[in-house]
Design a binder for this molecule. Structure first.
Ligand code: BG6
Ligand code: MG
Length: 217
């Protein structure tokens, strides 16, 4: 491999489907305030930080809260969310994800995690895949949310690889934008129409090979 030296993976929606747990916890919170929101609206929360997600949800419910109240609400949501992710097992890794990360490593590529989630370490631990990443950049290590490229640039830096030799794997539009803004290639996981800025879009890590990475447009 010459053009590609590192792979940087988003976590939620790429390696594991935590969106269902985020949705359950946010919905429970919205319900306590007397409103609900749809699965379609939940799509807009993918890749979005915890604080920003809460602001969007409050907007949907037409509810105004002080900053202190918002902090309390976000904390409550995270308590419910962590109760669920603490029950996760390696069986919940998305099809082919573990195998793909392993084959990258076998091919001599560096691997990093680049996630907005402050719960990344817990999730990786529950899935028993922490050791598969040479660098882990999570929501605790960044100050700017995707589509800002900070999370991926920090990952590349920690790996010691120039951005142009990195491929990012992302399910969120903001994540693909972040990768491109950082001068990296992007493989979108999901809908090709939504993720049209990516160099390649596949339905999951079971649908891409390490050999394909060298041929990305
Ligand atoms: C992203 C998810 O990976 O992490 C978002 O796609 C989530 O839905 C964000 O809001 C922050 O996660 P956490 O675990 O720090 O609340
Ligand atoms: Mg994601």
């Amino acid at each position: 491999m010459n053009n590609i030296k590192a792979c940087i993976f988003d976590l939620d929606g790429v390696i594991v489907d935590t969106a269902v747990y985020h949705y359950k916890a946010w919905r429970r919170l919205a319900n306590t305030m007397g409103f609900d929101f749809t699965e379609q609206q939940n799509e807009q929360l993918k890749g979005v930080s915890r604080v920003r997600s809460l602001q969007l949800i409050l907007g949907w419910g037409g509810v105004t809260k002080t900053e202190a109240e918002q902090e309390q609400l976000a904390t409550q949501k995270n308590i419910w969310y962590t109760e669920m992710i603490n029950q996760m097992t390696p069986a919940e890794i998305l099809p082919g994800a573990r195998e793909f990360v392993e084959s990258c490593r076998q091919a001599g590529l560096k691997t990093a995690l680049g996630s907005a989630s402050k719960n990344s370490m817990t999730i990786l631990d529950k899935l028993d895949i922490t050791h598969l990443f040479d660098a882990i950049i999570d929501g605790n290590k960044v100050s700017k949310a995707k589509p800002d490229p900070e999370v991926f640039l920090k990952g590349a830096q920690e790996l010691g690889i120039e951005p142009q030799y990195c491929v990012v794997f992302e399910d969120a539009i903001a994540g693909v934008e972040a990768a491109k803004a950082g001068g990296m290639k992007a493989v979108g996981i999901g809908d090709p129409e939504l993720l049209h800025e990516a160099n390649l879009v596949v339905s999951g890590l079971n649908k891409v090979t390490v050999e394909q990475l060298e041929m990305l447009p």
